[in-house]
Design a protein around this ligand. Sequence first.
Ligand code: GRF
Length: 211
Amino acid sequence: MPRPSGKLKVAILASGRGSNLGALIAASALPGAPFCVAAAISDNPDVPALARAREAGIEAIAIQRQSFPSKAAFDAALADAAEKSGAGLICLAGFMRVLSPAFLSRFPGGVINVHPSLLPSFPGLDAQKQALEHGVKITGCTVHFVDDGVDTGPIILQAAVPVEPGDTVELLSSRILAQEHLIYTKAVEMIATGQIPFPHPGRPLLSKTKE
Ligand code: GRF
């Protein structure tokens, strides 16, 4: 994977608010950061995520599904944009579309995601609501490699977040989100510094990683 100037180049795909994108950009701007953000790509031109990237001087690219005759053509355009940015690592950060095996095959073992639950519990949409409805006492967030399932790939890092009495989806989500920002930046740093096998061969991460 390309690493000009010694830093791992990252492309971030986001569909909305972009707080994880913001956390990654902020971490990449710290002195000695082992990665840089090469591009932000969204399926919606009007989202805060792209505005945040532009404010940070990062290339912000909108690629809309309706501009393409098929999902295959749309996914190919997403992959072309990510590849053109020179990114070696693709970070999904609230990207609301499932990427096809054809997209993933362009970056084998090189796509990661953050999800607001302790996977494999509560994959898919509304993970925080699912956790509250199940009455779990501890939930959290997960950074994982992306495979062709939904929220099923090898787990990189997790953080636990206790459910408090009287929690609402909003309260719980905001406490989980704070942890997402921490573990997402840490996971990218660990990948960029060679502490995680990368590109990932697709097996569960069982070996001890340095804290
Ligand atoms: C986060 O909760 C993330 O776990 C999920 O989508 C949300 C994105 O939030 N995949 P943001 O756009 O990064 O603020």
